[in-house]
Design a protein around this ligand. Structure first.
Ligand code: SF4
Length: 452
């Protein structure tokens, strides 16, 4: 029995820049669970592989192909399942990941045998063992958490129940260590990813993070987090929690344990502006133990927009948040959303605000209702795109209301370039030297030629 675990490449237009390439942690968790059961697997990581998925299937001869991905990878996930079946119809195909968890019906397709929705790596291994034993009977499959499968042409959807995050194993990072230099975060090279919580206790209506793991926020035991960190042979660590800064007592304990265990690493994490404003002392303490980047969903420069998102923050908080982070050795990466009713003045105001509050690193998404969120239900009749690849937050999936599409993109690109110039002055992009651009171009051309 051999399982091919696939993370497709990200088909978004900025992907070729290779400045934010993260470790495929969810596949490494699956690899760890399979290894414990004596099942062989191969991780195909679309971010770094030189061969196509098709050639890899021919070479590896898997019995099972399991593919994860976001909404932008939906077409690729379905395509790779079809390719698997074309090569060998007896290959069993499984899709999973956050998009499949919230939007499983889009994967009800002849080439897909199973939609795996749970975060449980044990149940994944159980499913593989059922397939291995040729025992794919309804009564066996029924016990797999959240699984969707076909029975006599009809889909059966098992109930999805939240799992205990402490059941996750310490991931076997064989794949990461082999390819360490390929995973980076801006100027930080060799960046590992860890998970210390599932879901998010807030309820911003544009975000599906809060709905993951059956909608249950759960933080991992810090002793397990420390065990993982102590044995992690990597200087830089991205904490992939949807929001790491939630529980004050837990954070003080985290800081204490990092010091006690003499863990000297550079960290990146997500946060909210209100937490930063209310906990200046924690932010300073985190900066002191090595937190370099706080990614904060500031989202808007207008209180009514923030209210519309159910963000429970304010523009005043956003400004104070940047000031607090700027007063430490850490940097604030502001995550903003530009609304579809933005006009030229709006784009200019946003730029002026960024300059005024002195935030150096800003990413601006175009307002994009994500399938599986309450906001999508509100906008579903107005969606103008049918291509999942447009859900990369860089494309309009709704008609702009005050500008033509062309003018909207022109203003957006102009803002993008102006913000890039601000960040460039800080030196954050200094790693993008001539050699870097050459590698980036070579990689881009290779992918184009492979056509995957
Ligand atoms: S935007 Fe951030 S705070 Fe809001 S629900 Fe998503 S992860 Fe939580």
């Amino acid at each position: 029995m051999k399982v091919l675990l696939i993370r497709p490449h990200a088909p978004n237009k900025l992907n070729f820049t290779k400045i934010l390439d993260n470790e495929p942690l969810e596949l490494e968790y699956l690899h760890t669970a399979l290894k414990a059961k004596g099942i062989e697997d191969y991780i195909y990581d679309g971010l770094i592989e030189e061969t196509t998925v098709k050639d890899t299937i021919i070479r590896e001869k898997p019995d099972v192909v399991a593919i994860t991905g976001y909404i932008t990878q939906q077409n690729l996930m379905i395509k790779f399942c079809s390719i698997s079946k074309e090569i060998n119809p007896s290959i069993k195909t499984i899709v999973g990941g956050v998009h499949a968890q919230r939007n499983f019906e889009v994967f009800f397709n002849d080439s897909i045998d199973y939609v795996y929705r749970s975060e449980s790596v044990d149940d994944f291994a159980k499913l593989i063992l059922i397939i291995k034993e040729g025992n794919e009977k309804v009564e066996k499959l029924k016990i797999i958490n959240g699984l969707c499968f076909k029975e006599q042409g009809k889909y059966i959807k098992n109930q999805l129940t939240p799992i205990d995050i402490n059941e996750l194993p310490i991931p076997d990072r064989e794949h990461f260590y082999k390819n360490k230099s390929k995973f980076r975060y801006l100027d930080l090279t060799e960046v590992a990813t860890i998970k210390t919580a599932f879901s998010c206790p807030y309820s911003c209506n544009f975000c599906y993070c809060t709905l993951l793991n059956g909608g249950k926020y759960q933080a991992r035991d810090l002793n397990l987090v420390m065990e993982e960190l102590k044995n992690l042979d990597c200087q830089n660590v991205q904490i992939a929690d949807d929001d790491f800064l939630i529980d004050k007592d837990r954070l003080w304990e985290f800081i204490r344990l990092i010091k006690e265990n003499n863990i000297q690493k550079t960290f990146i994490c997500y946060s909210r502006a209100d937490f930063v404003c209310e906990n200046e002392d924690i932010i300073k303490a985190l900066a002191d133990i090595g937190f370099k980047y706080f990614l904060v969903g500031l989202e808007a420069v207008d209180d009514s927009e923030l209210k519309g998102f159910n963000k429970q923050t304010s523009v005043d908080m956003n400004e104070r948040c940047v000031k607090i982070i700027n007063s430490t050795s850490s940097k604030c990466i502001a995550l903003m959303i530009v609304p579809i009713d933005a006009d030229k003045k709006y784009f200019d105001n946003l730029y002026r605000w960024v300059k005024k509050v002195n935030v150096k690193y800003v990413t601006v998404s175009i307002f994009t209702p994500i399938p599986g969120t309450p906001l999508f239900d509100q906008y579903k009749d107005k969606i103008t795109s049918e291509d999942p690849e447009d859900w990369d937050f860089l494309h309009l999936v709704l008609e702009p209301t005050k500008l033509s599409r062309q003018s909207f993109y022109r203003e957006y690109n102009k803002l993008f370039m102006r913000l890039y110039k601000i960040a460039k002055k800080t030196g954050i992009y200094d790693f993008m030297d001539l050699k870097y651009y050459k590698n980036m171009l070579t990689d881009y051309l290779k992918r184009r030629m492979r056509g995957d």
